[in-house]
Design a protein around this ligand. Structure first.
Ligand SMILES: [Zn+2]
Ligand SMILES: [Zn+2]
Length: 407
């Protein structure tokens, strides 16, 4: 039997699910794994699924696909566009769309497993396939690890993963070293003393404290980070007070921080903390600000040797022009926890999903940023072909590169 990958992709695309709610998606995955004759463990990290193909002695290769959709109203106009709704963690009903292409990732990994099962006489070792929930929360891989995925399956000698992206279909983007940024989300609560708006002398005003803090935080990147390095300090949310004549007791800031490596991360975090505490002290605050890390994503760092091997393998399979260095992305991923926790090298690459003619036209007109929808856009719509087939082939070529040959 052969999996109808196009039908599978359309089905997943029509039925996206929010992070940690991917129960239907997990059901589709386990149905296909059963049809391939593969045992699996489900419910890992709530809705994650993992399976293995054990095929004699040899290296253990982990292949990872993420499963979740996003609260985005799909506007692609495709005949298979999503009209799904979901309930977010705040209890709000929201539209749901596979706006990051994780449906493509699941389809490609199932297609690759089918090929690896069918060609077992040509390779040796173990393939572990991980279908991970909640990448968009930056929490799914750690949830699967907390549920023992690294103990219940053979530990990886290498972790491999891929993401569909707005490059022309047929192109692979991969680089050694930092492929994606590290990121932290912080909530900072500045504690003052509330009182009457007419009597500021009896209060410690957290609104002024917050304003000064936001402005001073801008100097981290502009004055303290080497201009040749990449870092982002964004205050995306600021909340204080309910009424003009009441000085509130506290102010809350939400920060998004990005950097290329752990060293830069430690450095930027310490500067942010220094400024937050110093501005509170400058305001005469009687209590220290409270700084909480809401999520923390490590940098996605590609192992140099393994990436060089993979670039050679991809180039010989798809041609030298098919592999480019896309530079570092300031987005973040949680795939690398599987590699970090197990001490294995990681290679994570991007593959194109845009009609090459449309991409070339936009490039010629200088309108790529405007005309080619990116991940998380309501217009994000990878072309099914050859994106599905290339997604499958990428994983098979990559897995075979690191597995053993047949005895
Ligand atoms: Zn995403
Ligand atoms: Zn994604």
């Amino acid at each position: 039997m052969t999996i109808d990958l196009e039908a599978l992709y359309i089905d997943l695309h029509r039925h996206p699910e929010l992070s940690f709610q991917e129960t239907r998606t997990a059901g589709v995955i386990t149905r296909e794994l059963q049809a391939l004759g593969l045992d699996f463990v489900e419910g890992l990290g709530k809705t994650g699924v993992a399976t293995s193909i054990v095929n004699g002695d040899g290296p253990v290769v982990w292949l990872r696909a993420d499963m979740d959709g996003l609260p985005v109203p799909e506007q692609t106009g495709l005949p298979y566009a999503s009209t799904a709704r979901g309930t977010d963690p705040a209890g709000t009903e929201v539209p749901v769309m596979h706006a990051c292409g994780h449906d493509m990732h699941v389809t490609a990994l199932l297609g690759a497993l089918e090929q690896l099962v069918a060609t077992k006489d040509q390779w040796a070792g173990t393939v572990v396939a991980v279908f991970q929930p909640a990448e968009e929360y930056g929490a799914g891989s750690q949830a699967m690890i907390a549920d023992g995925v690294l103990d219940r399956f053979p530990k990886p000698d290498i972790v491999l993963g891929q993401h569909v992206t707005p490059l022309p279909a047929g192109v692979i983007g991969v680089r050694p070293g930092t492929q994606m940024a590290a990121s932290d989300g912080l909530t900072v609560t500045l504690l003052g003393r509330g009182g009457h708006g007419s009597r500021p002398q009896s209060t410690i005003d957290p609104v002024v404290m917050a304003a000064a803090t936001v402005m001073r935080l801008q100097t981290v990147v502009s004055r303290e980070v080497d201009p040749r390095d990449v870092a982002v300090v964004t205050v995306g949310s600021i909340h204080a007070g309910l009424k003009n004549n009441i000085i509130p007791a506290e102010a809350k800031l939400e920060l998004s921080l990005r950097y290329p490596d752990d060293e830069a991360r430690a450095s930027v975090l310490s500067k942010v903390e220094r400024i937050v505490r110093a501005e509170a002290a400058a305001s005469g605050a009687e209590e220290e600000p409270v700084i909480v890390t809401d999520h923390s994503l490590p940098p996605t760092i590609n192992d140099a040797d393994a990436t060089a091997r993979l670039v050679r393998a991809f180039s010989s399979a798809f041609g030298d022009d098919a592999v480019i260095d896309p530079g570092m992305f300031t987005g973040s991923e949680d795939v690398s926890w599987f590699a970090r926790e197990s001490g294995a090298p990681l290679v994570f690459w991007f593959w194109g999903g845009v009609d090459p003619a449309a991409f070339a036209a936009a490039q010629a007109a200088g309108t790529v940023e405007k005309d080619i929808p990116t991940n998380h856009s309501p217009f994000f719509a990878p072309v099914m072909h050859p994106t599905i087939e290339r997604g499958v082939d990428n994983l098979v070529v990559a897995a075979r590169e690191f597995l053993g040959g047949s005895a």
